[in-house]
Design a protein around this ligand. Structure first.
Ligand code: FES
Ligand code: FES
Length: 164
């Protein structure tokens, strides 16, 4: 199938934050543009659009990915989770509360991506030190330099879950 300008269209069915989505888009549409422009989910942010800042981080099949470097079609039949999935019933998650408690953001533009990478970090048994956490989070840039507080928030949640 093509659009009126002859561009190939691809149907993609997936789950986004627990809800079914069905999109018919140009085959070159990225997951980030699919979420933001076609589904109106502005949780993931477009910073660089070149895989360099991490603001667009979402989970696909439970693993963090850069949505600006991922084709929408490649997420077909998978569960995509954005920052909107973290708060249940309007209640901030433990991780979001830790970010708030420890001032882990200022302008907040990077925060959706930081939170999705952090959500993956708190579930990793191999991140034992602050240096390990910093390395894991190194793909998420913060122009406000909230890095120390982000690590503190992640460490606190990890400690609560693992005792480490
Ligand atoms: Fe995707 Fe910057 S917007 S890495
Ligand atoms: Fe402003 Fe990170 S809080 S860019």
């Amino acid at each position: 199938m093509t659009d009126i300008e002859g561009r190939a269209l691809v149907r993609t069915r997936l789950q986004v934050d627990g809800e079914a989505a069905d999109l018919l888009c140009d085959a070159r549409v990225t997951l980030l543009d699919g979420l933001r422009d076609h589904l109106g989910n502005t949780g993931p942010k477009k910073g660089c659009d070149h895989g360099q800042c991490g603001a667009c981080t979402v989970h696909v099949g439970g693993r963090p990915v850069l949505a600006c470097l991922t084709l929408l079609a490649s997420a077909a039949d998978q569960e995509v989770s954005t920052v909107r999935s973290l708060a249940a019933n309007g209640e901030l998650s433990e991780l979001q509360e830790a970010f708030r408690t420890h001032d882990a953001f200022q302008c907040g533009y990077c925060t959706p991506g930081q939170l999705m990478s952090a959500a993956a970090a708190v579930g990793r048994a191999d991140l034992e030190s602050d240096e390990d956490i910093r390395e894991f989070m190194s793909g998420n840039l913060c122009r406000c330099a909230a890095y120390p507080n982000i690590v503190t928030a992640i460490r606190e949640v990890r400690k609560g879950r693992t005792g480490a």
